[in-house]
Design a protein around this ligand. Structure first.
Ligand code: FES
Length: 179
C-alpha cells in the first residue's frame, strides 16, 4: 500500500514538475525580446514575430520603449475616465504590415515611473500614483497629464527603426500626436 502511495506521490510530483516547466517556458517566451540591432543612436527591431497583446520592451538611448501589437478588440475592461473606446482605432497606433502597434517611451508622463501592462485588462497601470493608460497609450486615469510619448521612428518592411524620423512619424507629428 505504501509502495502504491509512493508511486502516486512520485507520479504527481513529476506531473507538477512538468506543469511548472511548461509555465516557465511560456513565461520565458513572453520575456524573450524581439530581435533587435543597436547602432549609433538607432535601434532596429524586427516586429514580424511579435505576438498580439504581448508587451515587448526595447532600450533606446537609455530609455525603455514599449512595443505592443494591439489586439483588434483593445477596449479596456474598465475605463475610469469614461474613455472606453476601442484603442485599436486610435490614430496614434502605427501600422506595420497588416497590424497596428503601440510604440511609445515606457515612462509615465506624470513623474516618469514605468507603467506595467495588464494584458487581460488591456491597459497599463502605473504603480507610483495609480495612473492608467489604454493599449494605445492614451490616459484613462489621472494623474498622468498626457499620453505615452511616441519616439521618432521609421518603418522599413517589418523593421521598426527607433531614432529616425520616417514619413509616418512626420505625419503624426504634423497632427500633433507624437507627444
Ligand atoms: S508617475 Fe505614474 S502616476 Fe505618477
Amino acid at each position: 500500500m505504501s509502495d502504491r502511495r509512493d508511486f502516486i506521490g512520485t507520479a504527481l510530483g513529476a506531473f507538477a514538475g512538468l506543469g511548472a516547466l511548461g509555465a516557465l517556458y511560456a513565461a520565458k517566451r513572453t520575456w524573450d525580446p524581439l530581435p533587435s540591432v543597436k547602432a549609433a543612436g538607432f535601434t532596429t527591431v524586427d516586429v514580424s514575430k511579435a505576438e498580439e497583446n504581448v508587451l515587448y520592451t526595447e532600450m533606446w538611448r537609455g530609455k525603455p520603449v514599449f512595443i505592443l501589437k494591439v489586439p483588434k478588440d483593445a477596449k479596456p475592461d474598465e475605463a475610469p475616465n469614461g474613455r472606453d473606446e476601442n484603442a485599436y482605432e486610435d490614430p496614434r497606433l502605427i501600422k506595420i504590415g497588416n497590424d497596428k502597434f503601440l510604440v511609445a517611451i515606457g515612462l509615465c508622463t506624470h513623474l516618469g515611473c514605468i507603467p506595467e501592462y495588464f494584458a487581460a485588462n488591456k491597459k497599463f497601470i502605473c504603480a507610483c500614483h495609480g495612473g492608467q493608460f489604454n493599449a494605445a497609450g492614451e490616459v484613462l486615469k489621472a494623474p498622468p497629464p498626457s499620453p505615452l510619448v511616441i519616439p521618432p521612428f521609421k518603418i522599413v518592411g517589418t523593421q521598426l527603426i527607433l531614432g529616425e524620423e520616417g514619413p509616418e512619424y512626420k505625419q503624426l507629428k504634423a497632427q500633433g500626436l507624437v507627444a
